[in-house]
Design a protein around this ligand. Structure first.
Ligand code: ADP
Length: 436
């Protein structure tokens, strides 16, 4: 039987005469031995757990050190009098660097106007054990900078103070709010313009309609002065109607409310419609009008109404800004097989556009010069609407022009289905430019 050695030695020394091998000594010694074995196991267990917890402690403290190193904020330890006794982290501003803060009282580190608020917050944190957050806003090199200062209680002996530069964060929030406000304003503006345009069209229709009727009556009565005056009302009314319609279009496009109705379009028929619409304008300016459509042109998968609006604007402009010249409307497939576009090329020999005016041609209400406008009429919205419509259909409009010689406006559209052989481009574009 195993017996605790130290105990066995003591018993043998004091009870020398006793026969330890006999009962009841044998049972007594076995009970003691059992009890000691329990003590040994407990001690081994507690030693093992002490070893483990010291390993955990080392792990935890190195983890804490790593966290503190990665910490983006300045961290100050202040005592119950507000004295900075330790500091950690990067000082994003000179004020918060080690050399500036150590051994000084926290309120001394901030501008005088802010010191009282900071003192009160610090007192509340230390005496009442409540966390406080303050924001220090100031000018730095002409720009506004913001520090967020958080005070956390550290028992009655002091507090931990975290300082974070939140300038960029606040700026991002301000920008987001400003963007949201601008978007809301833009939506409101769109709704207002759409409603206004709608409300304006009804009375305008009546004005133009009645002026036309009265004009017919005046013609029957043979009153030329009245006919002329009523004619001016009709012209001005139609002009106003065009502006209202253009504004409505722009508003709808900007609000993303203009839907595209895609279908397979026969380009030949579309070109005939366009020419029919603009021929009177061309004839009025004694222009030669020619339309050519490349043979076997495929059907184009697009929105016929919108495309027609674009082309009427381009050919209409060519007729308007050309006198006793020529307007050619040429439609062809360009590019390479598998990657081709359809080009609607409108070439005129009109007044042309100065190079410095070309970049602003597609801006809203932009006309090359106001004297031209008076001479030629127009709203300055046609090209900007046309380009946006073209973009909506997946294409674009380009222009080359030479003052006094003429212009070439080209509307480009992707082709959905193809059968004809496309003509290579950009060699073609060089030819176009040379043709002026
Ligand atoms: P508008 O209703 O005034 O014609 P557009 O947006 O269609 O508005 O055209 C803007 C301006 O671009 C015109 O006022 C004109 O000065 C110039 N422009 C457009 N097309 C031509 C062209 N074919 N030849 C010369 N100038 C043109």
């Amino acid at each position: 039987m195993a017996m605790h050695t130290l105990l066995a030695r003591q018993i043998k020394r004091h009870l020398n005469a006793v026969d330890l091998a006999a009962e009841p000594w044998q049972s007594f010694l076995a009970a003691i031995d059992d009890a000691y074995r329990g003590f040994d196991e407990d001690r081994e267990m507690s030693e093992r757990s002490m070893q483990l917890s010291s390993v955990e402690l080392i792990d935890a403290s190195s983890e804490l050190r790593a966290i503190l190193q990665a910490f983006p904020d300045v961290m100050l330890h202040v005592d119950d009098t507000g004295l900075v006794v330790a500091s950690r982290g990067r000082g994003h501003r000179r004020r918060w660097t080690d050399g500036q803060v150590l051994g000084r009282r926290l309120p001394e580190l901030v501008p005088v106007g802010f010191a009282t608020a900071l003192t009160d917050a610090l007192r509340a944190t230390i005496t009442r054990g409540v966390a406080e957050t303050l924001e220090l806003v100031e000018e730095d090199d002409g720009r506004e900078v913001i520090d967020e200062i958080r005070l956390a209680p550290l028992g009655p002996t002091g507090a931990i103070v975290l300082v974070r530069d939140v300038t960029e964060q606040r700026r991002a929030v301000d920008l987001r709010l400003a963007k949201e406000a601008a978007e809301a304003t833009s939506v409101a503006k769109g709704v207002f313009l759409a409603n206004m345009s709608h409300e304006l069209r009804t009375p305008l229709n009546a004005i133009v309609g009645y002026a036309e009727m009265l004009g017919e009556d005046a013609t029957t009565m043979g009153s030329q002065t009245l006919v002329d005056d009523l004619g001016r009302i009709v012209t001005a009314g139609r002009h106003l109607m065009k502006i209202v319609n253009d504004v409505l279009d722009i508003t709808k496009i900007e609000a993303g409310r203009l839907s595209v109705d895609l279908q397979l379009v026969n380009v030949d028929a579309l070109v005939s419609d366009v020419m029919a619409a603009v021929r009177p304008m061309g004839a009025a300016n004694q222009n030669q009008m020619v339309a050519t459509v490349m043979p076997e042109l495929p059907l184009v998968y697009t929105d016929a109404t919108k495309l027609k609006q674009v082309l009427i604007n381009l050919v209409g402009n060519a007729c308007k800004f050309t006198h006793a010249g020529s307007v050619e409307f040429d439609v062809r497939l360009v590019g390479s097989a598998g990657c081709s576009e359809i080009a609607f090329v409108v070439r005129d020999t009109g007044i042309g556009i100065a190079p410095d005016q070309i970049p602003s041609l597609f801006q809203d209400f932009r006309q090359v010069d106001s004297s031209n406008t008076r001479r030629y009429g127009g709203t300055g919205l046609g090209l900007s609407i046309s380009r946006r419509l073209c973009n909506l259909l997946g294409g674009d409009i380009t222009v080359v022009s030479q003052i006094g010689k003429g212009s070439v406006f080209t509307a480009w559209l992707p082709v959905g289905l193809e059968t004809a052989e496309p003509i290579p481009w950009p060699a073609e574009s060089a030819v176009l430019e040379e043709s002026l």
